[in-house]
Write a protein that binds this ligand. Structure first.
Ligand code: SIN
Ligand code: FE2
Length: 206
């Protein structure tokens, strides 16, 4: 059995794993409220490809992608309305995780929500659309496990780590602009989240 969260596990300079940081079943109603107001959808890359994860957001702005490029938008293009706010329950978790790794007073204005089905993946990319890169990325995994990979050099070797339900990854400092992604999700059934993986990344974009 895996132990409850004790202390962060430093994977590299600027990359931490906080195993089992969150009891995710406590988040399901709140996540359902967000995804009912702004349902996750498959966005297009600027090159016309359909992304395999289904994406939505909570926050003052939300990350969007279409033929005009990647950007943060104050409105959900699908509903024409502002994105749902980040629930206090969520931002509290993100701030607590950031503080555990030395980033005090982290106040995210975006919670980017990715929903993965079995076989969905996220290809290698950098998170570089945020203004203040002194602020970390705080990433919470729910549901099915996934292999997260990261590397500093575009064509360098990746480090891989298995992420489980409730785990948080924090990356910042020298890793803030690392390449990272998710390998295709293996079949499985999670007792709370079924055959789905959710990932919530908290960012300071504005
Ligand atoms: C992302 O990089 O936006 C998603 C990472 C993840 O799903 O863990
Ligand atoms: Fe990312």
């Amino acid at each position: 059995m895996r132990l409850p969260f004790d202390s962060p596990d430093q994977l590299a300079d600027g990359m931490w794993l906080l195993p089992r940081f969150v009891e995710t079943h406590k988040l399901s109603e709140t996540l359902h409220d967000i995804t009912s107001a702004s349902p996750p959808r498959q966005m297009r890359t600027p090159w016309g490809k359909t992304m395999s994860a289904y994406i939505t957001n909570a926050g003052a702005v939300g990350w969007v992608s279409d033929h005009n490029g990647y950007r943060y938008s104050p409105h959900d293009p699908a509903t024409g309305k502002p994105w749902p706010s980040i629930p206090h329950q969520f931002s509290k978790i993100a701030a607590k995780a950031a503080a555990q790794t030395g980033f005090d007073n982290f106040t995210p204005d975006v919670c980017l929500i990715n929903r993965y089905c079995v076989g969905s993946q996220m290809r290698a990319h950098k998170d570089k659309d945020e203004r203040d890169e002194t602020q970390p990325i705080v990433s919470l995994s729910l549901g099915l496990p996934a292999t997260f990979f990261f590397r500093l050099e575009k064509n360098g070797p990746s480090q891989k780590v298995q992420l489980h339900d409730g785990d948080i990854v924090v990356f910042g400092g020298p890793m803030r602009r690392c390449y990272h992604g998710i390998k295709p999700i293996a079949p499985g059934n999670h007792q709370v989240w079924g055959s789905t993986r959710w990932n919530l990344t908290f960012r300071k974009a504005l």
